[in-house]
Design a protein around this ligand. Sequence first.
Ligand code: 13P
Length: 331
Amino acid sequence: MTDLVVEARTLVSPGKGLLAADESTQTADVKRLAAYGIPTGPEMRRKFRDLFLDAPGIEEYLSGVILYEETLGQAGSDQELFPRSLSERGIAPGIKVDEGTDSFPSSEDELITKGLIGLSERLLAYKKQGARFTKWRAVFRIDGDRLPSAAATHENAKRLATYAKEVQMAGMVPILEPEVLLDGKHSRARARAVIAETMGALFSVLQEQAVDRASIILKTSMALSGSESGRKDTPEEVAEDTVSALMESVPRQIAGVVFLSGGQDPDEATENLAAITKRARQARAPWPLTFSFARALQEEAIRTWGGKDENVEAARAVFLARLRKVAAAVA
Ligand code: 13P
């Protein structure tokens, strides 16, 4: 095994997973701080990251944390830079390297991920700052049979493939995240079909471009009925459709599959993940599976914290309790 494959396999090692702490500065301010009545700005974002990244005991459950550029250069309350203090505890620091989305010119309700320009230079800088793996997120919106369009799917797949190659050349592990959004009225069957189609398109482009599959990690949504469908799926339904969609579209050679929480509430995301783990074992899915949640791991702790120093300890206890449950779901 090459060093990169070992690094990728370590990120998906049994019973551990990833914390996605890579919200852009804008998302962190608006959706994680202001949304809970917490003041915004660089120092509050540093405290927000510190709440999670310097919580004692996280190393038991986390193999890695995905950071945003700003956090790579920030220090915790112990004055130690976050990438360094994570590494010292055996947690690999990763970095989100895409630069968000633009609307897709030929299909304006769709999004295309940007960030390839200057990527190789940024990768060198991130690596110097201690990053060991990376993430690129593409977004697919479902609208009946109309969206996602074949053109947007293909363009996002091409960019994911270019990203993956550059990252491997820079000696880091790429996480490829084609996220199928929960928003909408669609059925679970439609979400299942879109997951299988987007994965199919992605892996065919990866093959054309000869991207080494053994060191990539795939980050995916679960197959769920749309948030405005009025339908609540059982964990068994979600597990059946998620695992079968992935088994028909994802090659066995990749290092692993990680799940995003996508706006599900923390209990729902945890229960669905546990059912997926069980179903994947029954179906003899060929890849290790684990979590890479942002919202479902952080939401309850942010509410408890409320931006106040005196609540840090209680908020960390809430975070650790959730992390323990989510890690138990993949054990
Ligand atoms: P959620 O778990 O909140 O969906 O976030 C995961 C992620 O990394 C989205 O890009």
